[in-house]
Design a protein around this ligand. Structure first.
Ligand code: ADP
Ligand code: MG
Length: 199
């Protein structure tokens, strides 16, 4: 799997800059403000969490030491910190249906929860609504434990937008946006991977 350029997905993404040296990483971290997230960008590191390649730095000193370590693996992506419900959006090519959009509760435990619904691409807003309604975790979106309900419109818009992607990129085999943070203000994608079919 390749890390995909988040910009090409047409959904809101967390601000980021890619640093190739320590000075740059420090400057980018300061510019984005703390807490800030640093991630290893390296062909060798696909599952970044498992490789210790994702660090949430609370201040400049933490950012500096994380950057110094991650730079040994390659470049460092310095990213705006987000929060909220971690959702998963994806696309898969199904042998009989063609491209389908997947939506579920995401984060690093997505394989554990297996809470995912799907529809053939492209989807309507109504499809998007019913996909969310089908999720076991749908209550998370309504606000639990004192959290405000998520910006549902932003989430639905992202689902509908993403489902249009296979029309523009027919060679998508598999795409994962995980997580997409959903909170009361907005949704923000912070990580994505894509597999394209070989021609
Ligand atoms: P990978 O999937 O390669 O392990 P991710 O970029 O998805 O790496 O990060 C793993 C986890 O780290 C996410 O599920 C999330 O909990 C946390 N995380 C990543 N980026 C951010 C961010 N910008 N703000 C807050 N938490 C983040
Ligand atoms: Mg991820």
């Amino acid at each position: 799997m390749l890390d995909v350029a988040l910009q090409s997905l047409n959904i809101p993404i967390a601000k980021f800059e890619v640093a190739t040296n320590l000075k740059q990483a420090e400057r980018f971290a300061k510019r984005l403000g703390f807490p800030v997230v640093l991630k290893a960008v390296s062909a060798k590191v696909v599952h970044k969490t498992e490789a210790g390649g994702v660090v949430i730095a609370r201040d400049a000193a933490e950012a500096r030491s994380a950057a110094a370590r991650l730079l040994k693996l390659g470049k460092v992506l310095v990213q705006e910190h987000s929060s909220g419900v971690e959702m998963f959006l994806g696309i898969k090519r199904d042998p009989s249906f063609g491209h389908v959009l997947l939506a579920g509760v995401g984060g690093i435990f997505v394989e554990v929860y297996k809470d995912v619904s799907f529809r053939v691409c492209p989807i309507s807003r109504k499809d998007a609504e019913s996909m969310l309604a089908e999720l076991k975790g749908s209550r998370l979106l309504e606000g639990v434990r004192g959290q405000k309900p998520v910006n549902r419109k932003a989430l639905l818009d992202s689902m509908v937008e993403l489902s249009k992607l296979p029309d523009k990129m027919p060679d998508i085999e598999e795409l994962d946006v995980n997580p997409l943070f959903a909170n009361d203000k907005e949704v923000l994608a912070v990580d994505a991977r894509i597999v394209l079919s070989r021609k």
